[in-house]
Design a protein around this ligand. Structure first.
Ligand code: NAG
Ligand code: NAG
Length: 374
C-alpha cells in the first residue's frame, strides 16, 4: 500500500493543477476517456429515394484563396444516404471490379483504386466496424443485422457484420465497405520506418478505396505522405502544408471536420486519372476556350464537388478521410437560379492563373460563364 501514497499525491497535485487551468481546447485524448458518439436513427418515415443531394456548392463570388476551409461537423451528418445511393454504389462496384464500360478492359482500375498495406489492417478492421455500425444505427430501416450478416435492404445484398482477423482478407472487406457506404475513404497512419525520408513524419496514405479520383491515379499517391497526396495543388507546400499536418496531429477521436471543393469537367466520369487536371497536360499545352455551341450542358459539362470528412479512429489512431463525390449536369446548377450561377461565375473569374491551369478553366471557363449568364 506504501506505493499508493506517492501515487495519490501525484494524482491530487494533478487534480489541483487542473482545477486552476483554463478549460483549454483538448488536444490529446485518453483512450479511457473516449466514449463513442451516440448515433441517432433518422425518422422512421425516412425514404432514401426522396433525399435530395446536399447542396455542395462551396464557391464564393470572390478572389480564390487556398485555405484549409474546414468546419466542424456533427457526427450525425457524417455518412449519408441520398437518392444517388443505388446508382453511385453500382458505378463504384463496376469501377473496382474492372467491369465499367466507360473504361478500356485492359485498364486495371481495381488495382488503382482499392489499396491496402498490411500495417493498415487493424485500422481497416476498426473502420469496418465503425462505418457499418454507423449505417445500422442511423438508417435502421435499410441496414439490418441478421445473424452475423448485415442486410443492405436498398441494394438487397448481405455483408459480414464484423471484419475477419486475417490480413489476407483486407481487399474483400474494403470491397464490402463500398457495398455499404457511398463515400470513398482513405486511411492514414504514421509510418515510423519512413521518418528519415522527406515528409516522413507526416501521416501516410496506407489503405482505402478511392474509386472516384478526380484527375490522378490513386495508386501513385498510395503509401505516400500527406504532402505528396496533395502534391500538384498550386500553393499547397507554402500555404497549407504546415497547418494541415498540425491539424492531422491534433484531431481527436470523436471530432469530425469537413471541407468541400468543386471543379468542372466536360464528361460524366466518376473515375478520371488522365484529364480534369491541367498538370497532366504537356508543358507547352495552351488552354484554348472550348466552343460554346458545341458543348452540351445537360449531358456533357458537369459540376463536380467533393465533400470530405475527417476524423480519427480511437483504437488504431488512424486518420480517416471520407470523400463524397457529387457529379451533376451543369444544367442542374443553372436551375438553382441566378444567385448560385453568379456566385459560381464570380468564383471562376476569381481564379489566379495557376489555378486556371490546374483546373483547366482556360478551356471550360469562358463557355461556362456564357452559359450561366444566358
Ligand atoms: C465484384 O465481383 C465479384 C465476383 O463477380 C463479386 O463477388 C463482388 O460482389 C463484386 N463486387 C462488387 C463491389 O460489386
Ligand atoms: C478536391 O481536393 C482534393 C484534394 O484534397 C483533390 O484531390 C480533388 O481533385 C479536388 N476535387 C475537386 C472536385 O476539385
Amino acid at each position: 500500500m506504501i506505493w499508493a501514497i506517492p501515487l495519490l499525491v501525484v494524482l491530487l497535485v494533478l487534480k489541483v493543477a487542473r482545477g486552476h487551468e483554463k478549460p483549454a481546447k483538448k488536444r490529446f485524448y485518453d483512450k479511457k476517456e473516449y466514449s463513442p458518439p451516440k448515433i441517432q436513427a433518422v425518422s422512421s418515415d425516412f425514404d432514401w429515394q426522396s433525399q435530395e443531394p446536399l447542396k455542395s456548392y462551396p464557391f464564393k463570388n470572390a478572389a480564390y484563396k487556398l485555405t484549409m476551409g474546414i468546419k466542424s461537423l456533427d457526427v450525425q451528418d457524417w455518412l449519408l444516404v441520398e437518392n444517388s445511393y443505388k446508382k453511385v454504389t453500382a458505378v463504384k462496384s463496376k469501377i473496382i471490379n474492372n467491369s465499367h464500360p466507360a473504361y478500356p478492359a485492359e485498364k486495371d482500375l481495381r488495382s488503382n483504386t482499392l489499396l491496402h498495406t498490411d500495417e493498415a489492417f487493424p485500422a481497416i478492421k476498426e473502420f469496418y466496424s465503425v462505418a457499418t455500425s454507423y449505417m445500422c444505427d442511423k438508417y435502421p430501416m435499410y441496414f439490418v443485422r441478421e445473424g452475423d450478416m448485415i442486410h443492405n435492404k436498398i441494394n438487397n445484398i448481405y455483408v459480414p457484420s464484423t471484419c475477419s482477423n486475417d490480413v489476407k482478407d483486407a481487399p474483400k472487406y474494403l470491397e464490402y465497405l463500398t457495398q455499404i457506404i457511398e463515400e470513398d475513404f482513405i486511411i492514414l497512419l504514421k509510418d515510423p520506418s519512413k521518418e528519415d525520408e522527406k515528409d516522413g513524419t507526416e501521416y501516410f496514405f496506407k489503405a482505402g478505396v478511392f474509386a472516384f479520383a478526380a484527375g490522378f491515379n490513386p495508386r501513385d499517391r498510395f503509401n505516400a505522405p500527406l504532402s505528396f497526396v496533395h502534391h500538384p495543388i498550386p500553393g499547397y507546400e507554402e500555404k497549407l502544408k504546415l497547418s494541415m499536418n498540425r491539424f492531422f496531429n491534433r484531431i481527436v477521436p470523436g471530432q469530425f471536420v469537413t471541407r468541400s471543393n468543386f471543379s468542372v469537367q466536360t464528361h460524366d466520369k466518376y473515375y478520371v486519372d488522365d484529364s480534369n487536371k491541367g498538370h497532366n497536360l504537356p508543358k507547352d499545352h495552351v488552354q484554348v476556350a472550348l466552343d460554346y455551341d458545341s458543348l452540351d450542358f445537360d449531358n456533357q459539362v458537369h459540376y463536380r464537388s467533393e465533400r470530405q470528412v475527417l476524423t480519427k479512429l480511437p483504437e488504431s489512431g488512424a486518420v480517416v478521410f471520407t470523400i463524397r463525390t457529387y457529379l451533376h449536369p451543369m444544367s442542374r446548377i443553372k436551375s438553382e437560379g441566378p444567385e448560385v450561377c453568379e456566385r459560381l461565375v464570380g468564383a471562376i473569374e476569381g481564379f489566379p492563373p495557376d489555378i486556371v491551369t490546374y483546373k483547366r478553366a482556360g478551356e471550360w471557363g469562358p463557355p461556362l460563364i456564357k452559359y450561366l449568364r444566358s
